[in-house]
Each structure stands twice: as C-alpha cells, then as structure tokens.
Design a protein around this ligand. Structure first.
Ligand code: NAP
Length: 246
C-alpha cells in the first residue's frame, strides 16, 4: 500500500498516466493528476479515484514550461505537503523520417519529453530527497532501447532518460530515495492510434506475447517501483514490452 504517500503523475488525463494515477489512488496514495489541456478528462480521473475512496486533485500545467511546473508544485505543496513519488509520464510524438524532420519537430519533442522531465524533477528534487524513501519513476520506451523508424526525436528523448535516471539514482542514493525507468513496449493508447494500422500489424508480429500492452499492464509495474518493496532497486530499466528483444 502507498498510504499517505503523495504521488504526482504528469500527463495523467489519458492513457498510461491515467491508469497509473487511478492505480496509485486505489492503493492508498494521494494523487496529483497533472494534465496540459484535457480539463474534463483530468476531473474524471479524480472522480474515479474519489469514488473508490481515494484522494486526488487535478492540476493543470504544461510540463515543458518551468513557470507552470513551479506553480503546479506550489498548489500541490499547499494541498498535500511534500511529494514523495514523481512519475514523469507526460510525453508526445512528432513522427517523421529524419530527412523530413524539421528543427521545430525535434525541439517540440525535446521540450516535453526531456525538458518536462528536467522541470518536474528539478522542482521536486528536494521533496523526493527529503522523503528519504522517495521515488522518481521515469516513463521511457522500448523505442529508446531499439530506435524506431520515423522516431529519431522521440527515441533520443527516451534513451536520454536512461542516462538521466542512472545519474539521479546516484545523486539521490545518500538520501535513501531511488530513481528508476519503466520502459513500456507498445501500449493501446491515443499515442499508438497515431500509428497507421499496417505499421501496427507489423509491430504486433514482433511481440512474443502477441498483444499490445494495456495501460494497466504498465500501471502495475509503476506501482511496484513506487512501493516499499522496491526500496533497494535503483538506476534500473524495467522493460514491460511483452518479450520484445532489446
Ligand atoms: P497519450 O495517450 O498521448 O497521453 C499523453 C498524456 O500526456 C496526456 O495526459 C496529455 O495531456 C499529457 N501531456 C502531453 N504533453 C504534455 C505537457 N506538455 N504537459 C503536461 N501533460 C502533457 O500518451 P501515452 O501513450 O499514455 O504515453 C504516456 C507516456 O508513455 C509517454 O511518455 C510515452 O512516451 C510513453 N510510452 C507510450 C507508449 C505507447 O505505446 N503508448 C509506449 C512506450 C512509452 P492532455 O490530455 O491534456 O494533452
């Protein structure tokens, strides 16, 4: 159980973030449901958590904007006090073959997928350290391990998280807090819907378990990493990819 742990999940209005937020709420955490634009969806997530007896608040904020993240953290501190668990989940894709990728396409993905991770972790670093058994959980991807056609920008951000996580694991270690990566394979969310059906069929052929992941498949692993049983594991990459090689 995550009783009295405050967990902030970025990009929690939909997809993997939503499943993680609901799952953490179901297991006793106080959950901060961050979102960028889907106000109604974020409120729905909070309603689900509250209807199951949990506690949650929605907090709008573009993780790519440092000022937004600072304001979000202030709201959270007023409401719940210290954040014990940060799940850096918010992420976007702007897919194109590299030869057609513009510098703007590159920067947009960097700003959210790595800039957002910097901003949230920087603003909450002291909290996680002070928690002593705090948790930093970064959502990477099998694409960061394997690369993927048309995703040079995205793959770079997702493998960048490995070096970031490993370093934060070292810098948090003296406090007893941990940093780990969860690297999902291909998960049935809006993000996967942007991939053409024929490409999805090809991907499926590469998954030994012969199905795409559900957001809940990932949420259970995040809960384990966030929980007390994972206290001696740090700097690791947990692959949740149906057996894909990397
Ligand atoms: P999704 O369904 O597209 O949902 C993305 C979430 O991130 C939404 O809640 C969105 O909020 C939020 N978001 C996007 N940009 C944001 C920003 N600048 N600030 C705050 N929130 C922002 O994505 P998903 O498939 O659940 O992916 C979640 C994470 O898992 C991402 O990091 C992704 O790279 C990773 N991942 C996904 C897959 C996959 O196959 N789906 C596989 C491996 C890893 P709004 O609704 O308000 O826009």
């Amino acid at each position: 159980m995550l009783d009295s742990q405050t967990c902030l999940v970025t990009g929690a209005s939909r997809g993997i973030g939503r499943a993680v937020a609901e799952d953490l709420g179901r297991h006793g955490a106080e959950v901060v449901v961050n979102y960028r634009s889907s106000d109604e969806a974020a409120r729905e997530v909070v309603d689900v958590i509250e209807s199951e007896g949990g506690s949650a608040i929605p907090v709008q904020g573009n993780v790519a904007e440092y000022d937004d993240v600072e304001a979000m953290c202030e709201t959270v501190h007023d409401e719940f006090g210290r954040v014990d668990v940060l799940v850096n989940n918010a992420g976007i894709t702007v897919d194109k073959k590299f030869e057609h990728m513009t510098r703007e396409d590159w920067d947009r993905v960097m700003d959210v997928n790595l800039g957002g991770v910097f901003n949230c972790t920087h603003c909450l670093f002291d909290d996680i350290k002070a928690a002593e058994d705090g948790r930093l959980v970064n959502i990477s991807s099998v694409v960061g391990q394997q690369g993927n056609y048309g995703q040079a920008n995205y793959a770079t951000t997702k493998s960048g998280l490995f070096g970031f996580t490993r370093t934060l694991a070292l810098e948090l270690a003296s406090s007893g807090s941990t940093a780990n990566c969860v690297a999902p394979g291909f998960v049935k969310t809006d993000m996967l819907e942007t991939v053409p059906e024929r490409v999805q069929e090809k991907i499926l052929q590469r998954i030994p378990l012969d199905r795409f992941a559900t957001p809940e498949d990932v949420a259970g692993i995040v809960r384990f990493v966030a929980g007390e049983d994972a206290g001696y594991m740090t700097g690791q990459i947990l692959a949740v990819n149906g057996g894909m090689e990397w």
